[in-house]
Each structure stands twice: as structure tokens, then as C-alpha cells.
Design a protein around this ligand. Structure first.
Ligand code: ADP
Length: 540
């Protein structure tokens, strides 16, 4: 029997209509380095209509890809909302990709238009001759005069294009399963691959971002979106903010600790999201320049494992609750969130908060071993995490990747355990696991333990070849300036925190752990530095 219910499509246009009217007074605030630019959601709504009219005049009539090469700011938000609402597909280009990767993804997605921030032109224009499908470049910020582009590419100024366009648009009704936006993985473990999100998946994911036991973004929040709009959709914050009426605080290109601290002081965000390295940097800065940042009631951290020491520091020194979350580009990106069960207290509560968290009802998770057998959720059995659900990718755009999917489940490449009450603890990525004498050593556990030392700023652990054990861990560690710690004292510090056979004997002190385009530890680069003999390794 069919239901008797209406079947109205879930769409980005619905979020845009709702946010710009019901929450028309909410605002997007963009940091300029010296102050702010402010725009109400009502105004954003009018400008989205103008942008859509302008894009129509440039030949966007169907599902053409409109790419962005931008920082987090008001104009990027307008592209996020307008492009899918008019039926086209937003493609967020990662500004930190290597040139050849950038060319690959723009051509692969067949981008028709690129909206580019004037400050990023030097990174984009040298590649333009190779972007074979791009017909228009729309420049935000400074004037578009004098931009060097091949004859096949017309250059426009964003503001001039919008200026005389009508401020209303008759948003088409789109099939909720059609693509709204696409994003390529950052290529941490291979070539970037494209994920095409649907209107439906983004809508449902936005609801999850606002769920009480999820990130719980709510009406009236002022959300500091440090997570870039050019990677993993800024963790869904722009769409969720329009859904719920939370204002957005956008740092633009000012991502260093000092301007971030100034932005926090000026705008008093109540909610924030970023990868661990951003918060590590901010904390170090605040040690020298004390400032009250407790306006932020929740700080969502994910993208890589959050060291427990960082969570405690934020709670003890800044009165901020860190909310640990797991996700990936392929999962829109929100997967699990570590809100402890009601009624837990003290140490037990902390232990839940250290995990990668629980999955919402919409996302199913399972663990699978090397032979494809499903493992129990007993908190001990270690296997690869597989997930399925309405905002989880079922395939990549235009490439076959059979090894990434398994009977309708996404193989995440992450390895860990799940407890009977559903809490995920990741021990590694499959590619980072250290196999020592037939046993697995978790690089994440070792990193967390080393980072618990007060003199350690960063620690990344990789497996290196070993004649006796096949592989042993190498700890690359960044020490606080003036620290008296040595690799011997660090090893001693670990001695009661990890099993004896796991204690690393290979150490290297470095100035900075190499980072990926989105600020995660780049273990691929660390490994090649090791193999090229660029690391000075001490063997204890
Ligand atoms: P890329 O795969 O290119 O790094 P993603 O941003 O999609 O780009 O990365 C997703 C991966 O990040 C996950 O598969 C996982 O390995 C890692 N990750 C995300 N959140 C966490 C977390 N809370 N703890 C540990 N690892 C995480």
C-alpha cells in the first residue's frame, strides 16, 4: 500500500527561501582583517536571485557546473545557495590542491564557470589555459580589470554582473535526487575523486547538523565556520545555518591564530568548527595573549582524531566543550558525534567524549574484517568501518572505484571498534596501521599519548620498516620552544601509557608536522621524508 502523504522535494531552494525570509535578520559576517562586512540573510536572498539571473545570462540553463575558488565569505555563501537553487551544480574547488590536481578536477567535473576571489587569482590564472571547459571567470572582491585569461574565457566582475539584475527569482522545482553540489576528496590517500551530493542528501544532512544529539546548531547561534567551504562543504554549516536561522561568522583568508582570536573577540561566536590543528594553534597563541573565548559553548572538532589533551585544555583553560566528530567527504561529511549517554559523569563521561562518537539513526555502521566477515560491536573487535545512509556516497562521479564500495556500503578506509551502545573508536586509517610482528599498533593511540606531554605541540606516528618486526613506529614530534624534553624523557613518559611492546624506539624531533591541503597531518609526506633520508632519526 502506498502512503497518502505528499512528496514535496527536499531542495536547496527551500532552504534559501526559508532562511532569507523567516530568518531574514540572521547575518553572514565576513572578516576583512581590520573589521567586518555584514549582510543579512534577507539581503543574501536578494543577491542569490541576482546571481542566478546573471548566471542564466552566461549560459547556465541546466546542470552546468559552476565552480568556486574562494575563501569562506558572504559571496561564497551566495554561490552555495544560488547555484543549486537554480538547478545548476556547485563545484567547490580546493584552493590548496597542487596545480595538476586542480586542472584534473576542474576538467573532470567539466566546470563551465569559475567564481574566483581576487586574492586567489595568482593560484588560478596560470592554470586557466588548461581548463578546457571553462568559459567564464567571475571575480569577487577587487576589480576584474587586467586579469590575464585566454581568449576563450570571458572575465567578469561579480558585483558588476549582479548590479542590475532583478532581486527575485522563480526557483525551479528540481528532482531532489539530482546533483546540487560536488566536492573532490583532498587526495590524502590517492587521486582526488568527486562526490556529487543531491538536494535530498544535503537537506537531510542539514537536519542532522541541527539535531540536539548531533552538533545541535540552533536558531540564534553565531557559528564560526573555520572549516573551509572549499573542502567537505564546510561540514554542512552554510546550509544548516539557513535551515535553522544561525548566523555565520566567516574568517575569509584570515586563518592564522592572531586574526582568528581578533574575530572571536569582535563577533563573540557561540559555536565553531575546525580541524584539530587550528585549535592547537589558537591555544598556543592564547597562552601568550590571554583572551576569554568562552562565548563558544560548543566547538566541533573532527577531520582527524582529537587528542584528549586538547579537549581537556579547552575545557580547563577556556571553559569550552569540545565535541569530537568523525566524517569524510563521502559522508557529506557528518558521520558520528561524541555526545556521551545521558547520566554519565566524570571519567566515564570523558571516555565517551574521547571516542569518534555515535552514529545517528539515519546512518548505519558496521565493521568488516580482512575476509569480508561482519564483526560484532563488542568494543574489542577491530575492523574496517563501513557505512550506509541517505547522505553517504554510493559511487564517485565518473570513475569506477569498486574497492571503495561493498554490497551497497561505503568502505571508509578507517579501522576501529564499535561498542554495544554504538560508540566508534578509530585506531587508524587502513593505510596508516603499523603491523609489528603480526600485531597492530594504533598510530592514533600513540599520537594521543605523546601529545599528552605538556612540552609536545604536535606528534605524528608512521610505520617504518624493521628487519625483525617488519614494521615499527616512528614518532615525529614538535616540541615547545625552550623545552627541555628529550626523546628519552618522552619515551619514559609513555612507559605507563602504552603496552611495553608498543613503546616506540624510533624518534625524530622536527619543526612542524607536514600538513595536507586541509590542515591534517600529511603522513604520506612524512613517509617520503623518512625514505629520502630527510629525517634525523634517533633510535633508543
Ligand atoms: P581526505 O580523505 O582526502 O583526507 P576527508 O576530509 O574526506 O579527506 O577525510 C576523511 C578522513 O579523515 C576519514 O576517513 C578519517 O580517516 C579522517 N577523520 C575524520 N574525522 C576523524 C576523527 N574524528 N578521528 C580520526 N580520523 C578522522
Amino acid at each position: 500500500m502506498l502512503s497518502t502523504m505528499q512528496d514535496t522535494p527536499l531542495s536547496i531552494a527551500q532552504l534559501l527561501r526559508h532562511g532569507s525570509t523567516v530568518h531574514g535578520d540572521a547575518e553572514v559576517v565576513t572578516w576583512t582583517g581590520a573589521g567586518t562586512r555584514r549582510r543579512s540573510y534577507a539581503e543574501v536572498g536578494r543577491r542569490c536571485a541576482q546571481l542566478s539571473h546573471a548566471l542564466r545570462t552566461l549560459g547556465v540553463t541546466g546542470d552546468e557546473r559552476v565552480a568556486t575558488f574562494m575563501w569562506n565569505n558572504a559571496e561564497h555563501l551566495e554561490a552555495y545557495l544560488a547555484v543549486p537553487s537554480m538547478g545548476a551544480v556547485l563545484h567547490t574547488l580546493n584552493i590548496r590542491l597542487f596545480p595538476e590536481q586542480l586542472v584534473h578536477v576542474a576538467n573532470h567535473a567539466e566546470d563551465h564557470i569559475v567564481i574566483v576571489d581576487a586574492t586567489l587569482l595568482p593560484l588560478l590564472t596560470p592554470q586557466l589555459p588548461q581548463l578546457t571547459t571553462v568559459k567564464h571567470l567571475i571575480v569577487t572582491g577587487d576589480s576584474a580589470d587586467g586579469v590575464e585569461a585566454p581568449d576563450s574565457v570571458q572575465v567578469h566582475s561579480y558585483e558588476a554582473l549582479l548590479a542590475d539584475q532583478p532581486t527575485e527569482f522563480d526557483w525551479p522545482e528540481v528532482d531532489e535526487r539530482s546533483a546540487a553540489a560536488m566536492c573532490y576528496t583532498s587526495g590524502t590517500t590517492g587521486d582526488p575523486k568527486g562526490v556529487a551530493y543531491s538536494h535530498r542528501s544535503i537537506y537531510l544532512h542539514s537536519m542532522q547538523v541541527c539535531m540536539t544529539d548531533g552538533p545541535a546548531l540552533k536558531q540564534g547561534d553565531r557559528a564560526l565556520a573555520v572549516v573551509p567551504q572549499f573542502h567537505a562543504m564546510s561540514w554542512g554549516l552554510p546550509y544548516a545555518a539557513f535551515m535553522i536561522g544561525a548566523s555565520l561568522i566567516m574568517p575569509d583568508r584570515f586563518l592564522q591564530p592572531e586574526p582568528l582570536a581578533a574575530l572571536i573577540a569582535a563577533e563573540q561566536p557561540t559555536f565553531a568548527a575546525a580541524v584539530p590543528t587550528i585549535w592547537q594553534g589558537l591555544h598556543q597563541y592564547l597562552e601568550q595573549h590571554p583572551q576569554d573565548i568562552s562565548c563558544m559553548h560548543d566547538v566541533l572538532i573532527g577531520g582527524s582524531a582529537v587528542p584528549p589533551s586538547l579537549m581537556h585544555t579547552f575545557e580547563d583553560d577556556h571553559d569550552i566543550q569540545v565535541l569530537h566528530a568523525w566524517g569524510m567527504t563521502e559522508t557529506s561529511p557528518l558521520g558520528s558525534v561524541a555526545r556521551p549517554p545521558a547520566g554519565t559523569e566524570g571519567e566515564e563521561r570523558w571516555r565517551y567524549r574521547y571516542t569518534q562518537g555515535r552514529f545517528p539513526a539515519s546512518v548505519q555502521a558496521r565493521l568488516v574484517d580482512d575476509l569480508g566477515e561482519i564483526l560484532p560491536h563488542d568494543g574489542n573487535s577491530v575492523g574496517e568501518l563501513e557505512v550506509r545512509g541517505p547522505w553517504i556516497a554510493a559511487a564517485y562521479y565518473g570513475v569506477d572505484a569498486p574497492d571503495k564500495f561493498h554490497d551497497g556500503w561505503l568502505r571508509t578506509g578507517d579501522v576501529g571498534t564499535i561498542t554495544p551502545d554504538g560508540y566508534l573508536t578509530l585506531t587508524d586509517r587502513t593505510k596508516d596501521i603499523i603491523k609489528s610482528g603480526g600485531e597492530w599498533i594504533s598510530s592514533v593511540d600513540l599520537e594521543n599519548a605523546v601529545m599528552g606531554h605538556p612540552d609536545v605541540i604536535e606528534a605524528a606516528v608512521i610505520g617504518v620498516p624493521d628487519a625483525k618486526w617488519d614494521e615499527r613506529p616512528l614518532v615525529a614530534v614538535v616540541l615547545r620552544e625552550g623545552s627541555g624534553a628529550t626523546v628519552d624523557t618522552l619515551r619514559e613518559f609513555l612507559s605507563d601509557k602504552v603496552a611495553k611492546w608498543q613503546l616506540p624506539e624510533n624518534w625524530t624531533v622536527i619543526n612542524e608536522v607536514p600538513k595536507t591541503s586541509v590542515g591534517k597531518f600529511d603522513k604520506k609526506r612524512l613517509r617520503s621524508q623518512y625514505h629520502d633520508g630527510d629525517l634525523e632519526v634517533t633510535r633508543i
